[in-house]
Structure formats: structure tokens, C-alpha cells
Design a protein around this ligand. Structure first.
Ligand code: TYD
Ligand code: MG
Length: 453
């Protein structure tokens, strides 16, 4: 049977039977392209004799324990990896072009190599001279890393076979091409085939691979999401334009917690670790003003204090604006509805702006109470006590629900000089550690107490 061409979304990899302007799977526009069919692969043969033999789980347990993880010594990176790099693992590092992926990985390569892991950095984007210049800028010229520039996967696998490194970094997966696949480098088929070859090689030879993937908005280049399912760990490197800090976030990790973050600052000499991010996010905080509230959050396993800012102003249009930066707009709509329905505080006719200062994105429901406080504080023009940190989840009934890791949140707040916290009742922290707790069972009580409404 003749193979038909298929239509694949370059953003998410979904396969469609016909072309359309918008991908049903991920909702992106202009990302669907026609692709040549995959190469035929092995023909149909009789069933093999021994392939894929099954082994009892208990038999596996008697084998020796796996070799330990390798640490890079960059604490922010090692934590996001779940405590270091697992041997023979495949990791994807995605991010927008120019965010600092190559910088991060060159620094990581140098540190892994210094720790005794044989490391090979393969670039398909820059010439060796350019990488050397970057290394000089980062102060890494003495690092025992091996560099190569190649884009043909056949060449790369040959090099890997002879060098037998413990870690190989591929920068970027979109520049690699496999000669058995009949489409342009960067296409979904090429990116998938290259990632597949590299990850199977890694598993077979016991070498770890790190693939770099550019996040693409549209066009003919496949995004990193098309290989997410093939790798063990998926990290995204994020940052806001105009801000110096960068966040490395694990969105999938077979060997550690997902949603862990590492915080870095981009400086003239590369990325520097930020070991106390709360300080970074709260620095630049002016005198306490209405609309500004400090939220004691948790990112992954780590507490993080951030400032939420709200502005509420009479609207000039028929449809009041609801603008959110760094938080979920559906969740904002919910909080506004609860404030209106349960506490009788309307926001109709008012524009609402909510901003998470510093450019970080938060997704925890634990921020609900802090968001409600910021909105009310802006609306009533009353500043919250400057020494108070806030957290708690709001349910649709208007009740406040305790959140996880109360103790860690309080400890972090105290470390940064906060002396009290506004929290849901019944959180049962193991001890407030000298902090004053203002506990509320529901939103109405809190609003009446703080804002006199
Ligand atoms: P890069 O690592 O090349 O990004 P990516 O690989 O994700 O495309 O980083 C590029 C940006 O980082 C560039 O705008 C310059 C900046 N940069 C610094 O600010 N300091 C440095 O030491 C380096 C090497 C880069
Ligand atoms: Mg790069």
C-alpha cells in the first residue's frame, strides 16, 4: 500500500489527516505542515524468537544497585534534575531562543567535566571558535570538555562510539539531521528521528544525553514538545524580557520531583546561581502601599516569597478589563466572583490589573488569599500590615482552606523579616516559630477584620 503524506503540528507533534489553519490538539495557528511519510522500516517478518524477553521484577532487584547520580556542583541545576544527572538518562532542555540555554549547558558541561564525568558538547549552531569565545567569556577555557560541531547524526554517533563519553550535550536537536529521513532538518520527522536515535544510543551505551530544544512559535521548525515523551526529564528555561533572572523548571522527571525550580541570574560572565530567590523577588519592593501583598509560596520543594500587585480603577469602556501577568486569569475571575457573591464586594465597572512582581509565574491555588487581599487592598485603598505574609486557598463557598507546607512557608517568611502571617484556620503548622498568625475560617471574616467591609 502506498504511504500517504501526513500533516503534523510543529508545536505539539499531533498528526492530522488533512491540513488546517489551526491545530485541534494544542490550539496553535499556522503550525501544521505536510510531511513526507516515515521510512518504511523493517518489513513484516515472522515473529522473532527471543526479543523482548520478560524478566520478573524480583529478579531485577537482585542485580547490583545503579551507579550514583553525577552532580555538577551547580546546586540550582542539580536540584532541578532531582539530585544530579542519572547515568544513561535523556534530558530535554527547552526554552525560547536567546534565553541562555547554550550558556547554561556550556557552564554545566564544564562543571560536570571538572567533576570527572567525560563530557562532549556538540553544537550544530555555532562554530568551535564561537564556542571557545563564549567559554572565554564564562571563564571556562581550562575546563576539560570536548567540543564538536556536527549536524549529521551518523557523524555524531560515530564520534560518540569512539569517544564513549559519560555525557553528551546536543545543541540543538532542531539542527540535527538523520540521512534516512527524507525531510528538512528541523521538521517534526527529523527532530523525532534524531531524538530517538540519540536516546536509544544513550540507553544502550550508558551515556547521558541532554538535548537542547528551541521553543518555536510557528513555521516549519518543530518545537521541543514533539520529543517530550521520548526523554526521561523535561526542563524548561524561562525568563522575562527585561529581567535578568532565569528559571529552570522541571515539567517532567522520571527520577525526581516535577515542578522543581532553579533560579539563575544572567550576568556579563554567564549565569550565576541565585540561592535565595525570595530575596531577589522581594528586593526593589518599595514602601508598603495599597494593592501590594507578599505571598508565601512553594515552588517545587522550595518556599518562595513574591510580591503580588493589584490595581483597581474605574473603567472607561463597556467591558471592564481583567489583565493578569504571572497568574491564571480564569482563577482571577473566580476570586472576583467569590468576593462578589460571598462578601458582597462588586468589581463591576472596575478595571482589574494583577501583576506578580519580578516576572515569575505562579500557579498554586495557595495564592488565592494573597490575590484576594491585593484586590481588596487596591479597591479599598488600605495597605495590609507590611510585616505580614499571606497564603491560603479560597473555595467557591468563600471558605478558606489550609494549604500544604505551612511550616516551610512561615519559616521562609520569618527568615526574610516578616513577623506575622494571614493564613487559613486549621493549617496546624508544627509551630509558628514565633510568628504571629492571624487565622481565618472564611473570607467574610477576613474581609470584615482587615478591611472593615
Ligand atoms: P544563549 O545561551 O546563546 O541563548 P540560547 O542558546 O538559549 O539561544 O544566550 C544568549 C543571550 O545571553 C545573549 O542575548 C547574550 C546573553 N549572555 C549574557 O548576558 N552573558 C553571558 O555571559 C553570555 C554568554 C550570554
Ligand atoms: Mg544556543
Amino acid at each position: 500500500m502506498a504511504k500517504q503524506a501526513s500533516f503534523t503540528c510543529t508545536a505539539c507533534g499531533a498528526v492530522h489527516s488533512k491540513w488546517s489553519g489551526r491545530c485541534d490538539a494544542c490550539g496553535e495557528w499556522n503550525t501544521i505542515i505536510e510531511e513526507a511519510p516515515l521510512s518504511a522500516g523493517p518489513g513484516k517478518k515472522a515473529l522473532g524468537a527471543k526479543r523482548g524477553a520478560a524478566i520478573a521484577l524480583t529478579d531485577l532487584a537482585t542485580k547490583e544497585t545503579p551507579p550514583p547520580r553525577s552532580g555538577s556542583g551547580i546546586a540550582e541545576l542539580d536540584r532541578v534534575l532531582g539530585g544530579g544527572l542519572v547515568p544513561a538518562s535523556a534530558t530535554l532542555v527547552g526554552g525560547d531562543p536567546g534565553i541562555g540555554k547554550s550558556t547554561l549547558l556550556l557552564q554545566a558541561a564544564a562543571r560536570f567535566a571538572e567533576k570527572g564525568l567525560k563530557t562532549l558538547y556538540i553544537s550544530g549552531e555555532e562554530a568551535t571558535a564561537q564556542i571557545r569565545m563564549r567559554a572565554a567569556r564564562l571563564g571556562l577555557t581550562e575546563a576539560p570538555v570536548k567540543l564538536a560541531t556536527a549536524t549529521s547524526l551518523r557523524d555524531i554517533l560515530t564520534t560518540l562510539d569512539s569517544e564513549a563519553p559519560g555525557l553528551v550535550i546536543i545543541d540543538s536537536i532542531q539542527t540535527m539531521w538523520v540521512d534516512t529521513v527524507d525531510s528538512a532538518p528541523g521538521s517534526v520527522a527529523q527532530v523525532r528521528a534524531a531524538a530517538h536515535e540519540l536516546t536509544t544510543f544513550a540507553k544502550r551505551k550508558g551515556c547521558s544525553v541532554i538535548l537542547v530544544g528551541h521553543v518555536t512559535k510557528e513555521g516549519q521548525i518543530a518545537g521541543p514538545r514533539v520529543v517530550e515523551h521520548m526523554v526521561d526529564t523535561v526542563l524548561y528555561f524561562e525568563g522575562e524580557r527585561g529581567h535578568q533572572f532565569r528559571i529552570l523548571r522541571s515539567v517532567k522527571n522520571r527520577f525526581g520531583p516535577a515542578d522543581e525550580i532553579g533560579v539563575f541570574e544572567m550576568t556579563g560572565r554567564g549565569l550565576e546561581e541565585v540561592s535565595n530567590p525570595s530575596e531577589l523577588f522581594l528586593s526593589g519592593r518599595g514602601t508598603p502601599s495599597p494593592g501590594s501583598v507578599v505571598f508565601a509560596g512553594i515552588e517545587g520543594t522550595r518556599p518562595l516569597l513574591v510580591e503580588l500587585q493589584a490595581l483597581v480603577a474605574p473603567t472607561t469602556t463597556a467591558q471592564p478589563r481583567r489583565a493578569v501577568v504571572g497568574w491564571d486569569s480564569a482563577r482571577l475571575a473566580m476570586i472576583l466572583a467569590v468576593l462578589e457573591a460571598r462578601c458582597g464586594i462588586p468589581f463591576a465597572g472596575l478595571d482589574v490589573y494583577l501583576n506578580v512582581a519580578g516576572g515569575i509565574k505562579i500557579s498554586e491555588p495557595a495564592a488565592d488569599l494573597a490575590v484576594a487581599s491585593a484586590l481588596l487592598s487596591a479597591r479599598e485603598d488600605i495597605a495590609l500590615p507590611p510585616e505580614a505574609a499571606v497564603f491560603g486557598e479560597i473555595s467557591l463557598s468563600g471558605a478558606l482552606r489550609p494549604v500544604s507546607q505551612t511550616e516551610n512557608r512561615l519559616k521562609e517568611a520569618q527568615k526574610l523579616g516578616f513577623t506575622s502571617a494571614i493564613v487559613p484556620a486549621g493549617g496546624k503548622p508544627g509551630g509558628a516559630g514565633g510568628m504571629r498568625l492571624d487565622e481565618y475560617g472564611d473570607l467574610t471574616a477576613f474581609v470584615g477584620d482587615i478591611f472593615g467591609a
